[in-house]
Design a protein around this ligand. Structure first.
Ligand code: ATP
Length: 228
């Protein structure tokens, strides 16, 4: 199986400033990878490049079978559909309940059959342990529950790759552990790759995995906990 992410000699810019240079990174299907590094060193910029929010102008990268360099801009929605993206601040729609949040995404990504949509929503809610909470408004939920909804949403289109930007950033340690267990379980059950940016060294120590670090304008592979 080809790597799910292959980045070669990539330079990443924000507003014309070079943030990361000569990035090389290969991630295989099913791997769990932490992206660590001090604030402002480019973790989010790297993730944004992977999900097509920052255009790739120098170097080559393939993500979930999409060639980012040659990709027509119009194809970005298709790239996004084959990824699951999880954020620190959830980005859920606050005027809708959980079920409606999930249905909104399904409809926006081309689902039409009502029965299949119901089946899928039940399936992902069950997966994240929220089967009985579909009727809840998202603002009525705890941070941990909202993060579970966010993960459920990321799972809707059965992604081969989940990109998570500080998914435990707003959670207490116990809830962080629950979310980590969930992400790891999901990755295992679906053979999904997870690339997760984090500052949370308690989490990394407790759930060790490969580490990639942003520092001094470069991406360093296999950084150790001590150096991070
Ligand atoms: N939209 C933007 N326009 C201009 N510069 C930006 C933009 N977004 C980020 N930057 C700059 O790019 C650099 C890298 O930011 P980035 O958010 O990728 O870092 P990070 O490692 O994810 O930080 P954090 O851990 O705080 O989220 C920073 O110097 C930041 O100021």
């Amino acid at each position: 199986m080809p790597p799910i992410v292959e980045i070669k000699n990539v330079n990443i810019y924000q507003s014309g400033n070079l943030i990361l240079s000569d990035v090389n990174l290969t991630v295989n299907q099913g791997e769990f990878v932490y992206l660590v590094g001090k604030t402002g060193t480019g973790k989010s910029s790297l993730l944004k490049t992977l999900y097509g929010e920052l255009a790739l102008t120098e170097g080559d990268a393939t993500v979930a079978g999409f060639n980012l360099r040659e990709m027509d801009w119009k194809k970005v929605p298709f790239l996004r559909r084959s990824l699951g993206v999880v954020f620190q601040d959830f980005q859920l729609l606050t005027d809708r309940n959980v079920h409606e949040n999930l249905k909104f995404v399904l409809k926006a990504t081309g689902w039409k059959d009502e029965n299949l949509m119901e089946e899928k929503i039940n399936d992902v809610l069950d997966k994240v342990g929220l089967k009985s909470k579909g009727f809840k408004m998202t603002f009525e939920m705890s941070g941990g529950e909202q993060q579970r909804v966010d993960i459920a949403r990321a799972l809707l289109n059965s992604p081969k790759l989940i990109l998570a930007d500080e998914p435990t950033g707003n959670l207490d340690p116990e809830t962080s552990d629950e979310i980590m267990n969930l992400l790891i379980q999901v990755a295992k059950d679906y053979n999904t790759t997870v690339i997760m940016a984090t500052h949370d060294f308690m989490v990394i120590k407790k759930f060790p995995a490969r580490m990639v670090k942003t520092e001094a304008g470069k991406v360093w592979d296999n950084a150790t906990v001590e150096h991070a």
